[in-house]
Design a protein around this ligand. Structure first.
Ligand SMILES: [Fe+2]
Length: 197
C-alpha cells in the first residue's frame, strides 16, 4: 500500500509501519486497537517527534475557531490517516463524527470532551470527560463517534488522531447539538488537499 508522508521522519515511519503490521495481524478493529495501544501511548509520551509547525493554530480553517488539522501521513487508498488537531484556547470543534475506527489521544494542553449518542433524530449528551496529555481512547463507531472538544488550557491543545479513513477528506457530518440535525461536513487538512478539490 502506498503511503504519503507529509511529516517524513523516522518516528512517523516506524509508528505507521508498526500500525500497519498490527492491523494486518488482527482479526477485528477491536483487536487491532488493543495491539496498537502501547505504541500509541509511546508516541504521545515522546515530546520530540512533532515539529512546532504541526502544533500551530490556523486562522480561517475549515473547522472554524482557528482550529488546524495537519496531516502527518496517510495511505493513498484512503485506509489510514495520522494527523494532529490543534485547538486554540477557548475554541471548540463543531459536534462531529469520524466514520472510522482508530485511536485519539491528547499530546499537549488540556481538553474537555463531550460525547453524544444518537436517539432517533436527536442527540443525547452521553458522557463528558476531561483529558490531559497522554490520555487517549479507542474509537469504534458507532460507539463514541459523535463528539465535540474544547480546549481548557491557556495553551493551545494538540491531539493526535490515528484513524482508518482519510478523515480530513471524507464527507462526514457536523451536528446541531440541540436539534440533532446533521449537515454534510468535510474538514480538509491545512497542509494538503483532497483528491477531488
Ligand atoms: Fe473528532
Amino acid at each position: 500500500m502506498g503511503l504519503e508522508f507529509v511529516l517524513d521522519s523516522e518516528v512517523v515511519r516506524g509508528f505507521v509501519s508498526e500500525v500497519q503490521a498490527q492491523i494486518a495481524a488482527a482479526s477485528s478493529p477491536d483487536e487491532a486497537c488493543k495491539r496498537i495501544r502501547p505504541r500509541f501511548a509511546q508516541l504521545l509520551a515522546d515530546p520530540d517527534w512533532l515539529p512546532a509547525e504541526y502544533q500551530a493554530a490556523v486562522p480561517e480553517s475549515g473547522m472554524g475557531g482557528g482550529i488546524g488539522q495537519w496531516l502527518l501521513c496517510r495511505a493513498e487508498d484512503g485506509s489510514l490517516s495520522l494527523f494532529s488537531l490543534v485547538v486554540p484556547p477557548g475554541s471548540e470543534t463543531p459536534v462531529h463524527d469520524h466514520l472510522a475506527w482508530g485511536l485519539v489521544g491528547l499530546y499537549r494542553g488540556t481538553q474537555d470532551e463531550e460525547i453524544f449518542a444518537r436517539r432517533d433524530e436527536a442527540l443525547d449528551l452521553a458522557e463528558r470527560r476531561s483529558l490531559v496529555p497522554g490520555d487517549f481512547y479507542v474509537l469504534l463507531p458507532p460507539r463514541d463517534d459523535i463528539h465535540r472538544v474544547r480546549t481548557t488550557s491557556a495553551e493551545t491543545s494538540v491531539s493526535i488522531h490515528l484513524l482508518t479513513n482519510d478523515t480530513g477528506c471524507v464527507w462526514r457530518h457536523a451536528y446541531d447539538p440541540d436539534s440533532g440535525e446533521a449537515r454534510p461536513f468535510r474538514s480538509g487538512y491545512v497542509n494538503v488537499g483532497c483528491e477531488d478539490e
